[in-house]
Design a protein around this ligand. Structure first.
Ligand code: COA
Length: 158
């Protein structure tokens, strides 16, 4: 496995394809904000030409939002490695916090982030129902057979 590296503009077509495959389209909607791959920075973990993990983020003012995190080989430390990389990057850029949105069904992610120092901040009730109007590919039922409905914000203060 190669070490993690930053995404470059050359990665954009692949990033767009990755989002289509893993997130149902080229847009990510969090808290009513629409993110597209071309507006984001990110890190990737590779094995040769294969992407094993990907994190995208957006830094505005003194806040860093993780807009997507995916590991394609779970339980091998890839998600943790990507999360540590963005915390380090946010510290370098003098951010006051790193935050992210996950969804009410994603019990695994809620545990994963909390074990790594993130705290629950806000529940945006029914936010996914709103997002689904723009992005109909968002399923009605999510992980663990739970209705996919709310956004949950987690943060780690730096
Ligand atoms: C959440 C997610 C990113 C975690 O990625 P991951 O690569 O599995 O994360 P890690 O391997 O670093 O950690 C997962 C577990 O494996 C364990 N682990 C890490 N390295 C390991 C190793 N070498 N051997 C055995 N176990 C290991 C970790 O201890 C961790 O367990 P814990 O959370 O109980 O402490 C991944 O499950 C994922 O992509 N999910 C789908 C997309 C998603 O939900 N993204 C987040 C939405 S916001």
């Amino acid at each position: 496995m190669t070490p993690l590296r930053r995404l470059t503009t050359d990665d954009l077509p692949r990033l767009q394809q990755f989002w289509i495959e893993h997130w149902g389209g080229e847009e990510m909607i969090t808290r009513g904000n629409i993110y597209r791959p071309e507006g984001l920075d990110g890190f990737v973990v590779e094995d040769g030409n294969d992407w094993l993990g990907l994190l995208t983020y957006s830094i505005k003012d003194d806040e860093c939002e993780v807009t997507s995190l995916d590991s394609l080989r779970e339980g091998q430390g890839i998600g943790t490695k990507l999360l540590n990389a963005i915390i380090e990057e946010a510290q370098k850029q003098n951010c006051k916090r790193v935050f992210l949105i996950t969804t009410n069904d994603n019990l695994h992610a809620l545990g994963f982030y909390q074990k790594r120092g993130f705290e629950l901040v806000t529940i945006y009730r029914n936010a996914i129902n709103e997002s689904r109007k723009r992005k109909p590919s968002i399923p009605l039922i999510g992980y663990n057979d739970i209705p996919l409905r709310d956004e949950i914000e987690l943060e780690i203060k730096l």
